[in-house]
Design a protein around this ligand. Sequence first.
Ligand code: AMP
Length: 184
Amino acid sequence: MNLLNDNEKQYLLSKIRDVADFPQPGIVFKDITTLLKDSNAFSFLIDHLYNYYKDKDIEFVAGIESRGFIFGAALAYRLKSSFVPIRKKGKLPYTTISEKYALEYGFDEVEIHIDAFDGKDDNPNVLLIDDLIATGGTAKAAIDLINKSGANCSNACFIIDLTFLNGTDLLDKHTDIYSVLEIS
Ligand code: AMP
């Protein structure tokens, strides 16, 4: 297993921009577009994830809309795995299955195509990826969707974990979690 040292973590953290009060007052939004814009930082991150996951028998990478698509598709290409999008309700064109999850106020819903994991081994290993885990609600719903779709969510990866929100507590019984950067 290949982990980043403190200097490498600092390097990546320095590429992520904090935007105060977006999308609403009180939220500090972690903007990863500044990391993507830096070709050295982006390729360093994807190469690191490739080295971390290359021997873990990942058959599918599933990215959560929308920033999970960016990291997930680049990583799937490097791993020579398939890529599957997990999208917000109403965006996928074919038959879907969906999972609701609670927000602070109300509910949201994520969907996956019913045949997303067809065509490979039975119960294939899936790596779920998103840019950030906050409360963990989105990722938990995505894991449940993957496992209901005839696949095994063996791993979950987040570029940033806002550890003070304890989101990984919702997931750690269900999958093997790796957060590249922890913000406390
Ligand atoms: P949660 O379900 O609370 O873990 O929220 C995770 C989802 O919301 C991810 O798809 C993130 O991209 C997004 N998100 C939540 N909080 C932030 C934040 N402070 N900065 C950037 N994205 C966030």
